[in-house]
Design a protein. Structure first.
Length: 196
């Protein structure tokens, strides 16, 4: 299996690149999020890859980060999702946003992705929600909803360690962190969340 490729970027489009690795040109399909991280043609770049092999298809898919590749593989494990829809999902939302939407059960947001209808979005949530680590889901939600506030993430993780469900902990923290609560410490946020 090919885990990564490092070579000169020969061609670059929003959905595919060609890398010259030791004189061999590899066609690699990429999501838009990876396209944004690539340099210009004739520069050296490195892509993490997933080697997709089926009876009728042998393709390489490339990613700028391990989070993207991991989500791609997880999406492929869902019935009814092939590489095309998985790439569409990663092009429609960042890895962090996609993780947050799955952890939150946000079917509406997922079904807004090209190729994913309501039923498929529900299946994604059911099959992948438990596979996502609680901390990873919390971090994605805290970053997306609370403007990368580390206090929110830490407070939500503290509440989770006290036995609250990740979604519940996130909602408790969000209720405390109103615009006027910018000076609160993590400890104060947790206390106020528990008091509610």
């Amino acid at each position: 299996m090919i885990t990564f490729l490092e070579g000169m970027l020969v061609e670059k489009t929003p959905t595919r690149v060609v890398l010259n690795v030791g004189g061999v040109g590899y066609e690699v399909f990429i999501p838009l999020s990876t396209f944004d991280h690539l340099g210009t043609a004739k520069q050296t770049c490195r892509l993490l890859t997933y080697d997709f092999v089926r009876e009728d298809q042998h393709s390489l898919f490339g990613f700028a980060s391990e989070a993207e590749r991991r989500l791609f593989v997880m999406l492929l494990s869902v019935g009814g999702i092939g590489p095309k829809i998985a790439m569409s999902a990663l092009s429609g939302l960042s890895a962090r946003e996609l993780t947050g939407a799955i952890a939150d059960g946000d079917v509406k947001r997922l079904s807004g992705i090209t190729g994913i209808g309501r039923k498929l979005a529900e299946r994604i949530v059911v099959e992948l929600r438990d596979k996502l680590a609680a901390a990873e889901g919390l971090e994605a939600r805290a970053a997306a909803d609370l403007h990368h506030d580390h206090r929110a993430r830490d407070a939500a993780l503290a509440l989770t360690s006290l036995g609250y469900k990740p979604t519940e902990a996130h909602q408790m923290v969000a209720a405390v962190l109103t615009p006027g609560a910018s000076g609160l410490t993590v400890e104060e946020i947790v206390r106020k969340a528990l008091a509610r």
